[in-house]
Design a protein around this ligand. Structure first.
Ligand SMILES: C[S@@+](CC[C@H](N)C(=O)[O-])C[C@H]1O[C@@H](n2cnc3c(N)ncnc32)[C@H](O)[C@@H]1O
Length: 303
């Protein structure tokens, strides 16, 4: 008599999602907890319905976050990193894009891991800021990496005209070729380069109008505005597993995207929720801007 097969074990049911803070009449939700525990419980993550993930994790720089220990042993930090990266890749829609904001310390490990997960690198951007921590023993740190990955380069959402800036040819050289070009971009405009800097791109500190007190490592609105407008359409779903002061959600909701955030600290989450309800301070600040670093070298042409 053939041995009877053991009944298949029923697949382990995921825990239900914890209660979330509702934002902007249900267009957004903010969960409190460790993103490694919360993400697997969110239905949109289980169903791979997330269009854009923006992740700005703790850098393990001993920052005084309200609750999170930002001083883990190196291997523990790397294990934490691969765990949340894998959960994000699993939650992303097939046409989705994923951005990671990360310093020199960990960028290489993250790029290698995402490539092993068959993610495609679209750009390795750099956010350049002035006023890094002053040092005498090495060059002053003035950048963070903005890693732009997608699952499928052919089907990713990409809206170049949403984020164009004035070309150097127009603002410095008054070169008529930029006014007459036929590359699909409006006259005198081009896509930003992969090093991001300029007015409003500084670190948020001191008396910066955008600053939210008690939040460390707050990103400037213009950074998220560029990412959200270039990589999503209105109605799309944006996820930030490390919500912080809520820059991603503030921008996403103001641009009519849906939003899900996760934040480890209850107090930081409450204050971020207030900010996301209030909305952006610099909406559209980059419209018509130029990042030229030289003064005009010619005279404007007259007709
Ligand atoms: C670098 S900050 C994010 C800043 C954010 N991009 C902004 O513009 O305000 C990282 C945030 O992640 C939170 N955090 C750290 N570990 C977490 C975890 N495992 N799950 C969820 N949130 C976490 C910290 O409390 C902190 O608020």
């Amino acid at each position: 008599m053939p041995a009877t097969k053991p009944a298949p074990k029923s697949a382990k049911k995921p825990k239900p999602a914890p209660k979330a803070i509702q934002l902007k009449e249900g267009k957004g939700r903010l969960y409190i907890g460790d993103c490694r525990e919360v993400l697997p419980t969110i239905p949109e993550c289980q169903n791979k319905q997330v269009d854009l993930i923006f992740a700005d994790p703790p850098f393990n720089w001993k920052r005084a976050y309200d609750k999170w220990d930002d001083n883990l042993p190196v291997q523990e930090y790397l294990d934490f990193t691969t765990e949340w990266l894998d959960l994000c890749v699993d939650a992303l829609a097939p046409h989705g894009t994923m951005w990671v904001n990360i310093p020199d310390d960990w960028a290489a490990e993250i790029v290698v891991h995402l490539k092993k997960r068959r993610m495609f690198m679209v750009n390795w951007c750099v956010w350049h800021y002035r006023f890094g921590q002053n040092t005498n023993g090495r060059f002053i740190n003035s950048k963070v990496h903005a890693l732009y990955f997608c699952k499928d380069p052919a089907s990713r959402t990409w809206n170049p005209t949403e984020v164009m800036e004035v070309s150097d040819r127009r603002s410095i050289y008054f070169d008529k070729r930029t006014e007459e070009k036929r590359d699909g971009a409006p006259a005198g405009m081009r896509l930003p380069m992969d090093v991001w800097y300029g007015q409003y791109w500084g670190r948020i500190q001191g008396n910066n109008k955008e600053r939210r007190h008690n939040h460390d490592n707050q990103l400037p609105e213009v950074y998220l505005e560029r990412v959200v407008r270039a990589c999503t359409n209105p109605g799309d779903l944006v996820l930030d597993p490390f919500n912080g002061s809520g820059t991603t959600g503030t921008v996403a909701l103001d641009y009519d995207r849906r939003f899900i955030g996760v934040e480890y600290s209850k107090d930081l989450a409450k204050s971020a929720a207030e900010r996301m309800e209030a909305g952006m301070i610099r909406k559209g600040a980059l419209e018509g801007a130029s990042t030229a670093i030289f003064a005009p070298r010619a005279k404007p042409r007259t007709a």
